[in-house]
Design a binder for this molecule. Structure first.
Ligand code: IDP
Ligand code: MG
Length: 140
């Protein structure tokens, strides 16, 4: 399996509770390298654009409000099979269904305030990384 990159977000519920380092420790322990990282506050337009794929879903408005309710830490993670591996490390969308040891099981508050985002495919990872980082900001 080739080395690949995925896009990650530490969401506002986690930044508010000062969990950036604790989540980064789980990421690094899983063998993923944080090759880009910045703490930012998204605008409404940025959050709507990022989650545009979900705009017809009933939770879309709430999700956008949540994602702009505090800072987020956006990241590029690199490693073997990084996209699928990080999905495993995150756990299920709903923390009630997440496996023990996953980030969402350990830290998430609810299906919405679920602490982290990770790309769901290599193609989406490329798009999401491009929306959030310049090439010069990613240092492998
Ligand atoms: P994922 O983050 O596990 O890929 P998606 O289905 O892509 O899950 O949903 C994107 C985000 O929308 C979730 O991480 C969560 O924050 C929120 N979300 C998903 N389903 C629900 C729901 O049923 N109610 C409220 N928020 C939801
Ligand atoms: Mg998703």
């Amino acid at each position: 399996m080739a080395i690949e990159r995925t896009f990650s977000i530490i969401k506002p519920d986690a930044t508010k509770r000062n969990l950036t380092g604790a989540i980064n420790a789980v990421i690094e322990k899983a063998g993923l390298r944080i090759v880009a990282q910045k703490r930012v506050k998204w605008s409404n337009a940025q959050a709507e654009a990022f989650y545009g794929v979900h705009k017809e879903r009933p939770f879309f408005k709430d999700l956008v409000s949540f994602m702009i309710s505090g800072p987020v830490v956006v990241q590029v993670l690199e490693g073997e099979n990084a996209v699928a591996k990080y999905r495993d490390v995150m756990g299920a969308t709903n923390p009630a269904n997440a496996a023990p040891g996953t980030i969402r099981k350990e830290f998430a508050e609810s299906i919405e305030a679920n602490s982290v985002h990770g790309s769901d495919s290599a193609d989406n990872a490329k798009i999401e990384i491009g929306q959030n980082f310049t090439d010069a900001e990613i240092v492998g």
